[in-house]
Structure formats: structure tokens, C-alpha cells
Ligand binder design. Structure first.
Ligand code: FES
Length: 571
């Protein structure tokens, strides 16, 4: 057997090799240090990340496969991020998780890694880390939960929380009924069951080539997930023998395939920042404009919440990711490989649509063009994004007066005020929510509508923000505005009453204010005062070094690869 990376620790008869082996024995078989591959299972299971609770069980099945193929599996608990729990926002910690995982993969005697993720930021962080280290790696997506029901109606977690809470605010649902729905929302283990960020990134991990083909989208309680975990354990050992690394799998063609899939699935806008960040780690040339160029003509085929009706176990039953990809196969790069060593398109042959209500054919799409639009203008010199499929068609071209909120606190203090001067034509602007401003770019861009307009039956308005939007949210929301207000972007210069012009077909976002007048303005003192300026720790490092949304909001010094070699011994 060829000398493995782990043999740099374990091989030989000197004192150091003795120490490495002796402390690791603890029940491992005698041949464990004879050069066979050691596989880390980077495991984001945590009691505080409820969507990933079941990953310890998944890890056990990965271990069976690794042993069976002649490797040594090693559980490696890594930083985990529970989207619904961590403050101020899980996105603040994505780069920290990625950095910590990267360093632990580099620091330890391993030859390959299986990445276990699920909840929103966990798969992006794992892929960013694995891309920088570039050891053979495979993802096992934890899978979505089964669909819960309330009063006989399926519940889309996330999406229906927003809808139900808006109904309470509009006075059409009682608070008591709202609270009763809580116990029905989360039916089983697994991540959110809408086409939110977790579903999107699990499926895109497969489109990038980084999972066992056919595994992504398997519901968390489905026994086939465990079978796939077992197979993945075998596969990663084979990949080491074949020298197949993330940089061989995730090429520019793979990322463009992911953009096609993102559009056909109606996936989360958060995929833009995550894919840009992963590509940045690999040195793959990818820009925000690629999402518009490649995704715009792609039809929307999956009828899934939040843009549509169904949920993730419906998608799986209807034929899953492969049935969707098969419909757009001609748009996929045929050369893009998977972890199997075979191209992605080779794995799409045996697919069929089992329920055309959930997955449409190319001839009868839900929309003809479903991609993410990238807008530019004097309000977003470096771009902003909008998901037209989740927007109201009549608002895609709109001109209206701005109603500006300087922070989320300002929004909460004034939005419900009956005297707030706002109409259905107003454009709600929330700033101070970008990577630096919040800090961490939270999912607040789909700001709620003023109650007095809800009571009038208004259900959507143009909203503009430098933050992100939950993948489970919907509405005519322009987000990821770059540069953000806290980085000196013109969003910080808007005043209530200014006319905002949105023209999605023309890809424009402008403020109808003369350039000279705009240049002479200063950011409002209220907005400047609202910016957090962390004095210590990760948050300080983050605010000082985070890049803007248009390049993936990674830290400037984490772009690129560190590789797997660490020259110095530990003692
Ligand atoms: Fe974990 Fe939605 S909260 S995936």
C-alpha cells in the first residue's frame, strides 16, 4: 500500500510515531497503523443544532463502510450552527466554522474526510473547509424532515411560520391557533422541508459532484440515507486510492451546473453567497453575474415552497434531484465529474418523473425563466440580487417613495406605528444588515409589512436590504445590496421620500436623486450610531476582514487553499 498522509504521523519506530500510535490505540485493531487510510467524519451533530441531531447515527453507518473498504473511521465533532438558535445570526459564524474545520482537517492524521451537514450553514462551512484543505472528501447531506400537518394542511417549516405570523398580524388567525400549530411544525428528524437554504445546499452539494449520486434530498428518517452513508464510507476510501480531490471534482463547470440546478429547483438566494465562497476557496473563477447569465433562461421545474406548493419529501417521491436534472441535462456541463470519478450527467440516465404535479417537464415549466437576477445601479454599484420566482410579477417594475429604517431595532420600533407614512407603493428600505453592519448579514431582508397595509389586504411590497433573506421566505425583496451601508454603500444615503426605481427586466436598481446631490449627502447619524463595532474576539476579526456579499462574504485572508501539509511536528 502506498504511504498515506496519516503515515507521516504513524509510520516508523521513533519516539514521535510511538506517541502518535500509542495514544490512538484504545481498541483499534493491530493493523490500524499499517498505512491504511484514516478517514475523519467531520460531524456537525449537536443537541443545539436540532436539524443535525441524527448525524451521530449517520456517522455510525459511514464507519461501517469505511471499515468494510479497509480504512479506519474517526469521528471528528466540528463546529455546528443551529440556524434557529445562534445569535446574532448563524451567518456570522459560517466563516468561523469553516476556518476551524479547515484547521482541524489539516492538523490531524487523516487521509480523507466525510462531511456530515444539514442545517443551513453547516454544508457550506464544511465544503469551504474541505475545498481549502483539498483532501479527498465526500458530503453526506443529513436530509429534510418529513412533512407535518396542521388542521389537515401540510406545513412548510419556515415558510408557513412567516405566513401564519403575518395572518396573526393581519387579524385573520387567532394567536391561540398560531401557537397550536407549533407542535406540528417539526414532524421528524432532519432539516427544514421547504426549498430553503438547507435543502438547496444539500442538493447543490450533489450537483457540485460532492455526494454519492442520488443521495441528496433523501429524507432524514428514510433508511436509504443510512444505506447511502455506508456506501459513502466505502467510496471515500476508494477516492483516496484514486487520488480524487475536491479540486478535481468542483470545477467551474460544476459551479455552472449548480447554478442551472438552483434555478430549476427554485433554490434559496443564500446559495449565491455560499457558492461564491466555496469557489473562492478553490480558486475557481465564479462571479455573481454568472448566476444571472447562466441561470436566467433556466425553467423552474420543481413546484416547492416557498415559490410553490410542495415539500421536500414530495420532491423525493416524485423522482428527486435527478428527475429535475434530467430535464435540463442539455444545459449541464458534460465534463463535470462527481466523487465517483464519473461525470454528473452519466448518473442521470435511469430517471423518471413520478409526479408531474411536483416536478414539471421542460415543456410545461412553472416559469420559463427562474434564475436569480443581479441588479446594478446607483443604489447597488456592486450588485444586488432578487429571486423573481418568489416575487409578485406586478412589482418587478416599480417606482415608489422610500421608507427608510436605519436598523432592525428602528424597524421594530416604528413598523407597527399607525402614523407611519407608508402606502402599498412605498419601497421599504432596511440598512445596516450587511456583513459588517449587523454584523453577519442576517436573514432580515424580507421585512414584515406594516399592519395597517396588511389590514388593507396588501401582501407584498418592494423591499430593499443589504442583508440576506431566509430561503424559506418569499416576496419582492432585493437583497445582498453591495456595498452595504456600513461599508459606505449608497444605500446609507437614501432618505425617506426619495424615489426608488426597480426594473428587474432591465436589471436596474436606482435612486432618482441627482448624482451631485447624492454625492453631497452624509450617512445619517442614526444609521452610523446603530452600527455594531465589536471590540474583541471573532466578531472583531470578522468585521475587520469580511468581504462583501458580491464575492461570497468570506474573510479576505481565507480565500484560496491552505493544502493538507503541516511541516512541523507536534512535539
Ligand atoms: Fe435548520 Fe431550517 S433551521 S434547516
Amino acid at each position: 500500500m502506498a504511504r498515506s498522509r496519516s503515515a507521516q504521523w504513524y509510520a516508523g519506530s521513533d519516539r514521535n510515531a510511538y506517541i502518535h500510535r500509542a495514544w490512538m490505540r484504545r481498541g483499534l485493531p493491530s493493523g490500524a497503523f499499517d498505512g491504511r487510510p484514516h478517514i475523519a467524519i467531520a460531524n456537525t451533530a449537536s443537541d443545539l443544532t436540532p436539524c443535525n441531531l441524527h448525524l451521530n447515527e449517520v456517522a455510525e453507518h459511514v464507519k461501517h463502510g469505511v471499515w468494510e473498504a479497509g480504512g479506519v473511521p474517526l469521528n471528528l465533532p466540528v463546529v455546528s450552527l443551529g440556524e434557529t438558535n445562534v445569535r446574532p445570526t448563524a451567518m456570522l459564524w459560517r466563516n468561523m466554522a469553516a476556518m476551524a474545520i479547515e484547521e482541524m482537517l489539516r492538523a490531524n492524521p487523516i487521509d480523507g474526510v466525510v462531511l456530515l451537514g444539514g442545517c443551513d450553514k453547516t454544508i457550506p462551512a464544511l465544503l469551504m473547509a474541505a475545498s481549502s484543505v483539498n483532501l479527498p472528501a465526500v458530503v453526506v447531506p443529513g436530509g429534510p424532515m418529513l412533512t407535518g400537518h396542521f388542521r389537515g394542511v401540510p406545513l412548510g417549516c419556515g415558510t408557513d411560520v412567516w405566513k401564519l405570523s403575518e395572518e396573526v398580524r393581519a387579524g385573520t388567525l387567532s394567536g391561540e391557533a398560531f401557537l397550536r400549530s407549533e407542535s406540528s411544525m417539526i414532524r421528524s428528524k432532519g432539516h427544514c422541508n421547504t426549498m430553503g437554504t438547507a435543502s438547496t445546499m444539500g442538493l447543490l452539494a450533489e450537483v457540485l459532484g460532492m455526494t454519492l449520486p442520488g443521495l441528496a434530498g433523501t429524507p432524514a428518517p428514510d433508511s436509504r440515507l443510512l444505506e447511502g452513508a455506508h456506501e459513502t464510507g466505502r467510496l471515500v476510501v476508494e477516492m483516496i486510492a484514486g487520488g480524487r480531490r475536491p479540486s478535481d471534482v468542483m470545477t467551474r463547470g460544476s459551479f455552472l451546473n449548480a447554478i442551472v440546478a438552483l434555478a430549476a429547483l427554485g433554490g434559496s438566494t443564500n446559495a449565491v453567497v455560499h457558492l461564491l465562497a466555496i469557489a473562492g476557496r478553490l480558486g475557481v473563477e465564479l462571479t455573481q453575474d454568472d448566476f444571472d447569465r447562466t441561470g436566467s433562461g433556466v425553467p423552474l421545474l420543481a413546484d416547492l415552497q416557498p415559490a410553490g406548493r410542495h415539500l421536500m419529501d414530495d420532491l423525493h417521491r416524485a423522482g428527486g434531484l435527478h428527475a429535475v436534472l434530467h430535464q435540463v441535462r442539455d444545459l449541464l456541463d458534460p465534463a463535470a465529474l462527481t466523487v465517483t470519478g464519473r461525470p454528473l450527467v452519466d448518473h442521470l440516465e435511469e430517471t423518471a418523473i413520478h409526479d408531474p404535479e411536483v416536478i414539471r417537464t421542460r415543456d410545461e415549466p412553472l416559469r420559463r425563466d427562474a434564475g436569480i437576477a443581479v441588479l446594478y445601479g446607483n443604489l447597488a454599484p456592486d450588485g444586488a440580487v432578487i429571486k423573481p420566482a418568489a416575487a409578485s410579477p406586478h412589482l418587478l417594475r416599480h417606482r415608489g417613495p422610500a421608507v427608510v429604517f436605519d436598523s432592525v431595532e428602528d424597524l421594530h420600533a416604528r413598523l407597527d406605528d399607525p402614523d407611519l407614512e407608508v402606502t402599498a407603493d412605498s419601497v421599504l428600505i432596511l440598512r445596516g444588515c450587511g456583513p459588517k453592519g449587523y454584523p453577519g448579514m442576517p436573514e432580515v431582508s424580507n421585512l414584515p409589512l406594516p399592519p395597517k397595509l396588511l389590514a388593507q389586504g396588501v401582501r407584498d411590497m418592494v423591499r430593499i436590504c443589504d442583508g440576506r433573506m431566509s430561503g424559506t421566505a418569499y416576496g419582492t425583496v432585493v437583497l445582498h445590496v453591495a456595498p452595504e451601508a456600513a461599508a459606505g454603500g449608497p444605500l446609507g444615503l437614501v432618505r425617506t421620500g426619495d424615489r426608488v426605481v426597480l426594473d428587474v427586466p432591465a436589471r436596474r436598481l436606482d435612486l432618482d436623486v441627482p448624482a451631485g446631490e447624492l454625492a453631497a449627502r452624509e450617512p445619517s447619524p442614526e444609521m452610523t450610531a446603530a452600527f455594531a463595532r465589536p471590540s474583541r474576539g471573532w466578531q472583531r476579526l470578522y468585521v475587520e476582514t469580511v468581504r462583501q456579499a458580491d464575492t461570497g462574504a468570506d474573510l479576505d485572508f481565507l480565500i484560496g487553499s491552505s493544502g493538507d501539509q503541516v511541516a512541523r511536528e507536534s512535539h
